[in-house]
Design a protein around this ligand. Structure first.
Ligand SMILES: Cc1ncc(COP(=O)(O)O)c(C=O)c1O
Length: 398
């Protein structure tokens, strides 16, 4: 069980306001901030290169804890600046190794996030591939039967799917997607940006070949950090765009050699202080236990959905049977941006999710903009009650 009081005491932001935006960027712990600041001070005293030398072992340790978090070998993990950076590197690495040669069809799910889809559009332009959207079940999760049918053709180059969409709280059945991809022999690229840190994510169990995640959301790490996992068998084939002397070795006037595994996705220049903060945050998540985090987050989110569903004029938009810590809703007659602004005036941080972030999942039943509240384990039931009170006032016009 998570000691919520201790977690709150260790998180300065908990005494500032009610933060219900971990799906955007969560509150880091003081220990994470201290780790970052300590390294910046080290850099100011010794210089950036010398400071990095002093923490070489700690930096290796970041990939080790990230590997432990994802059930991967540390050498299969690259530290990136964001989810999108990892995604872009992996997808272009795939394109440049001729990954689209044979098939030329890319399958995506309807939860697909804008940066991932736009990235695929750009690659598809370059390699003349087509992108096919796998339909969803009425509850919003991917239609596994339709995926199976699409995979029955031998012209599928890869499947790109989303664990948890940015815009509503359902959890896609990624283990089943991975199973189908493995059976068909098709690489599976997973967007786990909204799941890593709040749900158990094990790349072996899921059966994905590539996974991308970000630090600032459910991992509570500093901004500008992310993780890219690439299965070793695939990594040795990928030819990333944009490499330096760390990700590759310059051999002679006409030749170079990529580094092994996920190292080929890591450049020399990196925000060392933030990466150490990322490692500290991941270690803390591991100490708490991701299963315990998931249990607490899911309980809080369901509690919120239940209390919101009693409010007049309010519609909760989350589908699926397995749900995450993302709770989305709208109130009849009041714009979602206005709702978020009014919550902010009451000291409650919620965010909005625009249709343009997940355009494939448009539905006449959902407005273009919904409000998104995303409690983490450090939030309390009392904070959720306070949000429900404010929303009740908004919905009744008081
Ligand atoms: C589902 C999903 N995928 C990808 C991203 C992109 O993450 P980043 O901004 O770290 O690149 C986000 C960001 O909100 C997201 O919600």
């Amino acid at each position: 069980m998570i000691d919520v009081d201790a977690e709150r005491a260790a998180t300065p932001g908990c005494s500032v306001g009610i933060h219900l935006n971990s799906a955007g960027a969560s509150l880091p712990r003081q220990a994470t901030v201290d780790t970052v600041v300590a390294h910046l001070q080290r850099e100011s005293r010794h210089g950036g290169y010398e400071a990095a030398q002093q923490v070489e072992a700690e930096l290796l340790g970041v990939r080790e804890v990230a590997g432990a978090l994802l059930g991967a070998h540390p050498g299969e993990i690259a530290i990136t600046g964001s989810d999108t950076e990892g995604w872009t590197r992996a997808i272009w690495g795939f394109a440049l190794c001729g990954g689209f040669e044979k098939g030329k069809r890319i399958l995506v799910d309807r939860l697909c996030y804008d940066s991932h889809y736009i990235g695929l559009l750009r690659v598809a332009e370059a390699v003349e591939a087509t992108i096919d959207v796998v339909p969803s079940e009425p509850d919003g999760t991917i239609d596994l039967g339709a995926l199976e049918l699409a995979l029955a053709f031998d012209n599928v180059a890869l499947v790109a799917a989303t664990h948890v969409g940015t815009h509503r709280g359902l959890v896609n059945p990624v283990g089943e997607i991975g199973f189908s991809c493995r059976r068909a022999g098709v690489p599976f690229f997973l967007d786990a940006c909204q799941s890593v840190g709040q749900l158990p994510v094990d790349v072996g169990e899921i059966g994905c070949d590539v996974l991308t995640a970000t630090g600032r959301k459910w991992l509570r790490a500093p901004r500008g950090t992310g993780l890219l996992y690439v299965h070793n068998d695939l990594a040795r084939r990928l030819r990333p765009l944009g490499t330096d002397g760390r990700s590759s070795e310059w051999i002679d006037r006409t030749d170079y050699r990529f580094a092994t595994g996920a190292d080929r996705f890591m450049e020399f220049e990196a925000p060392v202080a933030n990466i150490l903060g990322l490692g500290e945050a991941i270690s803390h998540a591991l100490d708490l236990g991701v299963a315990a985090i998931a249990e607490r987050v899911q309980e809080l989110a369901e509690y919120l959905r239940t209390s919101l569903s009693t409010l007049e004029g309010l519609t909760v938009h989350d589908g699926g049977t397995v749900r995450s810590g993302i709770v989305t809703f709208s109130i009849e007659g009041t714009g979602s941006d206005d709702i978020a602004r009014r919550c902010g005036l009451s000291g409650i941080s919620v965010w909005t999710s625009q249709l343009s972030a997940a355009l494939l999942d448009a539905s006449p039943l959902r407005p273009e903009v919904v409000v998104r509240a995303s409690p983490h384990y450090f939030n309390t039931h009392a904070e959720l009650d306070r949000l429900a009170d404010v929303l009740s006032d908004i919905s009744t016009g008081t």
